[in-house]
Ligand binder design. Structure first.
Ligand code: NAD
Length: 383
């Protein structure tokens, strides 16, 4: 069987996770790595057992052997690298958020639409079996009419004033931080599971730590890990945001994201309150989904082929009790993305499209407007 040839641009934290997940498929070869600088590219390629190394992504895109590109670079490079990848005729799996602005996202969405290339965004929480089960429960009206939607994504890795990362800097991370970094996952998950659209937002943000110690060395945003020299700088993006939300079916919602909540690691949670029952899923305990009723005891549905809905079956691979988690969601992501390339078919709906990524950026914009205006801001649904 001929293997698909892929390349990773930006082999940092998530780039390495892409490589591992892709290799688990068995029918895709990672043939090249792109990094900023030849020396670094060669070092990463050597360490990761990848044959080719490119210090400049344009040279990588000119390599005719490469069919698929994974863009795993920091946010500020998503637009340009994604655009050039499409213009060079390669399939593209981009990291989130799709771009820094909704204007850029719209341009990429329209550009991708004009091609036959397979494009996707790594909103990988869609790929958990119990998320698929949750989505099917909503579709089958097990919860009744969805009245209320509550969600949060809380972390603590930026709790101290000595915590620093390229995500802090608007030129690398974008005008928002907690909202675009983890809120983008939450909003995508909410809209995907409920199949509802967020149409209005009222948001409040806070820079909880207004000054942080930034390392003085390293211009590559990924190199802001060297604490030899430190300077105290103003923080320009939010550590925290809460948003009240209205959905297109009249449901109301409330969402909180934070990167300064001690003890919370990747506490992504989604709770739906319907007219018949409620449902709750937590990413840190991904193998179960809780259902609640007013007049009978609640239920716990386990990640077990005998308990989940048919639609969730392709997302679980091991017997229940042998848990599958975040890295398995990435494997599912790659499986569903690459199946579309192999079979020349449309994408599974579990893979977020550039349209979905554009929608998330439009929500991001409305949140920024609401924080500035102090009032509800409407979101225009995409045609
Ligand atoms: N889907 C997820 O769950 C998830 C998780 C983490 C990160 N992400 C996203 O992935 C992206 C990368 O995040 P990360 O945490 O891996 O960051 P990182 O800093 O660990 O890695 C970024 C990599 O890109 C490289 N790079 C920088 N400039 C480059 C250039 N010009 N050409 C090629 N490579 C370049 C860096 O050297 C580094 O290796 C971000 O957009 C982030 O939002 C997604």
């Amino acid at each position: 069987m001929k293997k698909v040839k892929a390349a990773i641009i930006g082999a940092g934290f998530i780039g390495k996770a892409h490589i591992e997940a892709v290799r688990r498929l068995g029918y895709v070869d990672i043939v090249a790595i792109g990094q900023s600088g030849q020396e670094k590219a060669e070092k990463y390629a050597r360490e990761l057992g990848v044959p080719k190394a490119y210090g400049n992504y344009i040279d990588l895109l000119r390599d005719e052997e490469i069919e698929v590109v994974h863009n795993c670079t920091p946010n500020h490079l998503h637009y340009e690298i994604n655009k050039q990848t499409l213009l060079h005729g390669k399939h593209l799996l981009s990291e989130k958020p799709l771009t820094l602005t909704s204007e850029e996202a719209k341009e990429l969405y329209l550009l991708a639409k004009q091609t036959a290339l397979i494009t996707g965004i790594n909103f990988n929480y869609r790929q958990f079996p119990m998320v698929q089960h949750f989505k099917s429960m909503v579709k089958d009206h097990d919860l009744g009419h969805i009245n209320l939607v509550r969600g949060s994504y809380l972390q603590d890795w930026l709790l101290y004033e000595t915590d620093y990362n390229w995500r802090m800097e608007p030129e690398y991370g974008g005008p928002t931080r907690a909202i675009s970094d983890i809120g983008s996952h939450l909003f995508d998950l909410v809209q995907y599971v409920t199949q509802l659209k967020i149409v209005e937002v009222l948001a409040d943000t806070a820079i909880v730590i207004p000054k942080r110690y930034r390392p003085t060395q390293g211009t590559d945003p990924s190199q802001i890990t060297n604490f030899d020299g430190l300077e105290l700088v103003d923080v320009k993006t939010e550590d925290y945001c809460s948003v009240l939300v209205k959905f297109n079916n009249g449901a109301r919602g409330v969402f909180t994201v934070s990167q300064v909540s001690a003890g919370k690691k990747n506490a992504l949670e989604l709770h739906l309150d319907g007219s018949r029952a409620s449902g709750s899923w937590k990413q840190e305990e991904p193998f179960k989904l809780l259902k609640g009723y007013r007049d009978r005891p609640g239920e716990t549905v386990l990640r077990d082929p005998n308990q989940v809905k048919r639609e969730a079956l392709p997302f679980l691979h091991y017997p229940s009790g042998h848990e599958e988690g975040w890295t398995d969601s990435l494997k599912n992501m790659m499986q569903h993305y690459y199946q579309a390339i192999l079979k020349n078919e449309t994408l599974f709906d579990s893979v977020a499209t550039f349209r979905d990524g554009y929608e998330i950026m439009v929500i991001n914009d409305a949140i920024i407007r609401s924080v500035r205006s102090g009032t509800w801001e409407k979101i225009e649904l995409l045609p």
